[in-house]
Ligand binder design. Structure first.
Ligand code: SAH
Ligand code: SF4
Length: 356
């Protein structure tokens, strides 16, 4: 039983079922979630009985191994982790206003197939478990402690790494609960954003789980015909269905849903398309995040010019829609939006040349 798959508030109960004092659960959760320590031998106040339970495999705090970290000129750090059964996933630390934003993966690869996304080219290997999602945070927190002071701690989490978070709600929701629980990482849910390609029934399910997290929708096209072309998931759920799900999503006062819009030169960045998007979103409590396309080896699209991005933004402003342009972070280490993936070459290098 991997404790990281279970809410920290239940660790006491789990330990008492194994004949240990329940208060030890809280002590262990403190080591893991406040000190980022998972080796019971390093938990000075933990008795031998619990160490034995871990040594014999009755309980575990197993987590993926940090394979590598790549540091960008702009301070962004891309981390690669090898899951215990082989697949490699990535997470990204982004410096922001003296703190770190951590971008987490929820799947090894992704099965949604958006044409502009490098992760899509991997296909889906599998869903991550709750412990694998949390371990990225844990190992990133450890890494942050070793970095020169600048940014102090991870205070924002975005589920915008590899994978479609809502395709793995079963593991995502418990991970969010552990990240936000006071016995866990204790982060504010309002500083956690889940981004989705628009799986309508699961947007409802996330809303019903009442986690308090923020929602971002990767819209990326102003009409269904184009959306279906660049995001095959558009064939299953229409833009109108997605917007209806957004209207049902529980929002706190003054909170808004974010619509992400990857700008692809000559595909979805024309003034007419900006106006269509403006008309679509104007009646909505929303903000738009424009993401100029980040290229990757073999990608079929081009990044729009700065002036066409600015023109698109201005047209939205004319509809009273706040649109921000997302800065491309860590492009030199392929850490920017849509660039996460392990290609064969990376994989061979990591395995010493033998395909696994
Ligand atoms: N799977 C989820 C979250 C991960 S993607 C989702 O799609 O929402 C995070 C954001 O990066 C999405 O808004 C996606 O549209 C965007 N993105 C994907 N590929 C990109 C690329 N090559 N350049 C810029 N943004 C990209
Ligand atoms: Fe998957 Fe998101 Fe990439 Fe689409 S943009 S393929 S949903 S990770």
């Amino acid at each position: 039983m991997n404790l990281l798959d279970h809410p920290p508030a239940t660790w006491g109960e789990i330990l008492s079922d194994k004949g240990q004092a329940a208060y030890r659960g809280r002590q262990m959760a403190h080591w893991v979630y406040q000190r980022f320590i998972t080796d019971p031998l390093k938990m000075s106040n933990i008795p031998a009985g619990i160490r034995d339970l871990v040594a014999t495999g009755t309980l575990s705090l197993d987590h993926p191994e940090l394979l590598s970290s790549a540091h960008s000129f702009d301070g962004t750090v891309k981390m690669a982790f090898r899951l215990l059964d082989g697949p490699v996933i990535e997470a990204v630390l982004i410096p922001r206003k003296g703190q770190w934003t951590l971008c987490l993966s929820t799947q090894a690869g992704c099965g949604i197939g958006c044409r502009f996304c490098r992760t899509a080219s991997m296909g889906l290997s599998r869903n991550l478990t709750t412990s694998e999602i949390l371990s990225q945070w844990l190992l990133a927190s450890r890494l942050v402690e070793t970095l020169p002071p600048g940014e102090s701690r991870i205070d924002h989490i975005v589920f915008m790494g590899m994978g479609e978070p809502l395709a793995n709600l079963e593991a995502l929701i418990p991970a969010i609960r552990s990240l936000t629980h006071p016995d866990g990482a204790g982060l504010s849910p309002r500083r956690i954003t889940v981004s989705t390609s628009g799986l309508v029934p699961r947007i409802d399910a996330l809303g019903e789980a009442n986690t308090g997290v923020r929602l971002a929708i990767s819209l990326c096209a102003p009409d269904d015909a184009l959306r279906r072309e660049i995001m095959p998931v558009g064939r299953i759920y229409s833009i109108e269905e997605i917007l209806s799900a957004c209207r049902r999503f529980p929002l706190r006062n003054r909170d808004r849903i974010t619509f992400e819009y990857v700008l692809l030169a000559g595909v979805n960045d024309s003034p007419a398309q900006a106006r269509t998007l403006g008309r679509l979103l104007a009646p909505f409590r929303s903000k738009v995040n424009l993401i100029p396309f980040n290229p990757f080896p073999g990608s079929p699209y081009h990044r729009p010019t700065e002036s066409s991005v600015a023109a698109f933004q201005e047209i939205l402003a004319g509809f009273h829609i706040t649109a921000t342009v997302r800065k491309s972070m860590g492009p030199d280490v392929l850490a920017a939006c849509g660039q996460l993936a392990r290609d064969t070459q990376d994989h061979l290098a990591l395995t010493g040349g033998s395909p696994t």
